[in-house]
Each structure stands twice: as structure tokens, then as C-alpha cells.
Design a binder for this molecule. Structure first.
Ligand code: SAH
Length: 217
């Protein structure tokens, strides 16, 4: 039986976590508020609940992780989410990042490569009242059936920027993706000014699990 209880102690731990993230440089009030609202321990096995409000990545099965809260906040801030934005996420994992985007008012489409994680999350998130469209497959191919997207976020480390993703980004859209080798990556923010002009910003270093698939590892 799934037990979803958000107690005062969790809320207190969440406030402290948000403060830590803020001290690390996250400013966007909407992002901070969404992270203070969403109970991260719901995305953990009950045996690991005590770790849910540490600013750390954690195992979620199938060799994958729920991203570190700071990393979720960092990528989300870069996306400049506006209510109504159509967003594609590559790497659903636990569904936590997708849920944050939903709370910011976006229409979220999220793809996962591991069937078991996909099956788990698509049953679980509706129980929290969170409405995200989930897909099973290789996100390096994007999602042509729902393109173009206002924003695209990749939550696994890529060797290159998959061409399809840039193609499926709307003009004016933003793609946030960590690119590098298998152990460390630089966060890239790509803004599609016109069909021919992409502005590329190279930001901080991170360590994501590898992006698999056709244009992955
Ligand atoms: N956003 C997630 C973080 C998950 S870790 C969260 O909030 O919990 C990265 C995820 O990317 C893993 O679940 C992994 O299975 C998935 N992944 C790796 N390569 C992929 C691909 N080509 N397409 C879709 N998902 C992929």
C-alpha cells in the first residue's frame, strides 16, 4: 500500500533544502516555490525517506538516479518556464523533474528509455494529481508527434547535442543539455533565435548518468 504522507517534519526539511539551493545561487522564485511545494520523499522508497531532503542524487533502480535537487533547480531555472510552455524532457527517471515542470504550469512530455522506470512513473504521478504525458523510447530521437517544443530538457549526460532535438525546438525556444564525456559534462543552454541562428552558452560542470540511444553513448 502506497503511503503518501507529507508531515510537518518533511515540510521543515524541504524549507531548509530550498534555502541551501538558494545559497548555491538559484534565484527564480517560481522554481524555489515549486521545490518547496513538491514532497521529494514521495519519489523515494520508504526505507530511504530520511535521505530525501539531502542535496544529493539518489538511486531509483535500473542503475539510474533521481537528480540532485540543486541540479533540478539549475536546469529548471535555465529553461525560463512560462505557464503554457510545451516542454519535452528526455530521461523521466523518478518523474520528479517532470513534476516540477508541471507545477510551473507547463504541458510536459517526458521520455524514458528504461521500461521499468517508465511503467512505474506513469502509474505513480497521477496519484499525486500530476498530469504529465509519458513515453517509452529513445529520447535522442525527440518526439516528432508532439513537436515543436518551446523548451527541451535533457537530464542525462550526452556525448553531443542530438540533431533531432534542435530540429524539434520552436523558434525562440531553449534547449538545456549536459554535454561532455561519460563522467563529467558542461551544462549547455542553446537558444534558437531563428531557424539558422542558435545562441550557445556553456555553463557549469555536472556529473549525470549517461544518455543512451542513437545519439547517446
Ligand atoms: N529527470 C530524472 C533524472 C533521471 S536520471 C528525475 O527527475 O528523476 C536520467 C534518466 O535518463 C534515467 O532514468 C535514464 O534511464 C534516462 N535515459 C538515458 N538515456 C535515455 C534516452 N536515450 N532516452 C530517454 N531516457 C534516457
Amino acid at each position: 500500500m502506497l503511503k503518501l504522507e507529507d508531515r510537518a517534519v518533511h515540510k521543515g526539511q524541504r524549507r531548509a533544502l530550498v534555502k541551501t539551493i538558494q545559497q548555491k545561487g538559484i534565484k527564480d522564485p517560481a522554481v524555489l516555490k515549486a521545490m518547496e511545494t513538491l514532497p521529494r520523499h514521495f519519489f523515494f522508497d520508504s526505507a530511504l525517506h530520511s535521505h530525501a531532503y539531502e542535496d544529493k542524487a539518489f538511486p531509483i533502480g535500473e542503475g539510474q538516479t533521481i537528480s540532485q535537487p540543486f541540479t533540478v533547480a539549475y536546469q529548471t531555472e535555465l529553461l525560463e518556464v512560462m505557464p503554457g510552455d510545451k516542454i519535452l524532457e528526455i530521461g523521466t527517471g523518478s518523474g520528479y523533474q517532470a513534476a516540477i515542470l508541471y507545477l510551473l504550469g507547463a504541458e510536459v512530455h517526458s521520455i524514458e528509455y528504461q521500461k521499468k522506470l517508465y511503467e512505474k512513473v506513469r502509474k505513480f504521478l497521477p496519484k499525486l494529481g500530476i498530469d504529465v504525458r509519458f513515453y517509452y523510447g529513445d529520447g535522442t530521437r525527440g518526439l516528432p508527434s508532439a513537436a515543436p517544443f518551446d523548451k527541451i530538457i535533457v537530464t542525462a549526460g550526452a556525448p553531443v547535442v542530438p540533431k533531432e532535438l534542435l530540429k524539434q525546438l520552436a523558434v525562440g525556444g531553449i534547449l538545456v543539455i549536459p554535454v561532455g564525456d561519460r563522467t563529467t559534462q558542461k551544462m549547455l543552454k542553446l537558444t534558437k533565435k531563428t531557424n539558422k541562428q542558435i545562441i550557445r552558452e556553456e555553463l557549469d560542470s555536472f556529473a549525470f548518468v549517461p544518455l543512451l540511444g542513437e545519439e547517446g553513448w
